[in-house]
Design a protein around this ligand. Structure first.
Ligand SMILES: Cc1ncc(COP(=O)(O)O)c(C=O)c1O
Length: 392
């Protein structure tokens, strides 16, 4: 049966028809797995592609249940959990690329992805070219080199929220012999990567799947046996591991993800519309807004949004004004992660885009994560904050 997303989130990774079993998969913590006899001992662990419990490092029933669930929700064939969202970016890049090769990365990329490319990858002789996330395939084509093996994408972009034309960029990358990696963390289940040309989909499960700001976890999803082979072997060779406790919490988080996300998406839309109407705000950076670069791709490719968006203040407000406003808010925590039940805000100017073009913004910026509080309370808090911003 082709399940709709609410049903998949409830059932994925469980074996509900197992008689007399608990509803949730067990939390299995362990290193050593005992063998029935010497003859039954499995010595092939480092190359095993399928989910079998032969050593804790290679996964337990808890890891495999979460991996099955994430693969199903993404529409992929296999998933590998990782110790963090960042390692879900770095591990497959390390596993896939080799010295002398090149990758293309959007200028709007999550900061630590850029640090990894400019740091460890560069030291290992792998070079990166940053591109405008709104580049058309024609504009991007000249940036490909004969040794370009990966087109990295992140849609929408961290802090600036441009939506990329993933199908068109993927077609170009495949024509030129490169794999397409996508940081799909913002898209959650609203963007189905494998029907749009993506080869490797990346999630920080730390965010909405965790949902309670109390785990650090990532996942990498692929959709072919060939991609699974290099990903799984790379993961085993690198000693990649994720906490089973965090996997268990992510599995629990998945069951309520749909209702949390729906509420946070609606609350964020209300607040973003309200902020857009305010004279202190020059523009809202949210893929669902027609003013957002790539809004047409959002309408075409996404089934919804989440609680994370940005704003640009009018140019007369200084960085110090914005900091005063944020410090004065009562209900918004000052914090960098997102996807939890609580509202957060962060000044974001200076943490973003290095190149010119679509990366130039007229004023100071902030990023909001809208939680599950009452929306009227949040707006009242922001109204007081904007008065502080104005020096009123
Ligand atoms: C878009 C995006 N990708 C990846 C990550 C990394 O996730 P983690 O904090 O689990 O390493 C983050 C974290 O903020 C993020 O915003």
């Amino acid at each position: 049966m082709a399940k709709k997303i609410e049903t998949a989130l409830v059932h994925a990774g469980r074996k509900p028809t197992k008689a007399y079993g608990f509803v949730n998969p067990p939390l299995v913590r362990g290193s050593t797995v005992l063998h029935a006899s010497n003859a039954a001992k499995d010595t092939t662990g480092q190359r095993r592609l399928e989910p079998v419990e032969i050593y804790g490092l290679y996964g337990t029933e808890t890891h495999f249940a979460l991996e099955a669930a994430i693969a199903e929700i993404e529409g992929g064939s296999h998933a590998q959990v990782t110790g963090s969202g960042l390692s879900a970016i770095t591990m497959p890049l390390l596993a896939y690329l080799k010295t002398g090769e090149h990758l293309l990365v959007p200028d709007s990329v999550y900061g630590p992805t850029r640090s990894f490319c400019d740091g460890l990858l560069r030291r290992y002789g792998i070079t990166t070219t940053y591109y405008d996330p709104m580049a058309t395939p024609e504009a991007l084509r000249p940036l490909f080199q004969p040794n370009t093996r990966v087109l990295f994408t992140e849609s929408p972009g961290s802090h600036t929220f441009e939506v990329q034309d993933i199908p068109a960029l993927s077609a170009l990358a495949h024509e030129l012999g490169a794999k397409v990696f996508l940081d799909n963390t913002w898209g959650i289940h609203h963007f189905q990567p494998f029907t749009r040309g993506v080869d490797v989909s990346i999630h920080a499960l730390t965010k909405y799947p965790g949902g309670h700001s109390d785990i650090i976890l990532g996942a990498v999803v692929v959709n072919t046996e060939a991609d699974w082979r290099w990903l799984r072997i790379g993961s085993l060779e690198l000693g990649n591991y994720a906490s089973p406790d965090d996997c268990w919490l992510a599995l629990r988080g998945l069951r309520t993800l749909h209702v949390r996300l729906k509420a946070q998406e609606a609350a964020a839309m209300r607040i973003a519309i309200w902020l857009e109407s305010r004279p202190e705000v020059a523009r809202v950076l949210h893929p669902a807004f027609p003013s957002c670069p790539g809004h047409e791709f959002y309408l075409r490719d996404f089934t919804g949004s989440c609680g994370l968006f940005g704003i640009v203040f009018q140019p007369q407000y200084t960085a110090a004004d914005v900091v005063r406003m944020i410090d004065g808010l009562e209900l918004f925590g000052i914090g960098a992660s997102w996807g939890g039940f609580e509202s957060l805000v962060l000044p974001t100017t200076g943490t973003i885009r290095r190149s010119a073009g679509t990366g130039v913004f007229e004023g100071e910026m902030a990023r909001f994560q809208i939680g599950l509080e009452n929306v009227d309370d949040l707006i009242e808090d922001l109204e007081l904050g904007l008065a502080i911003l104005r020096g009123a």
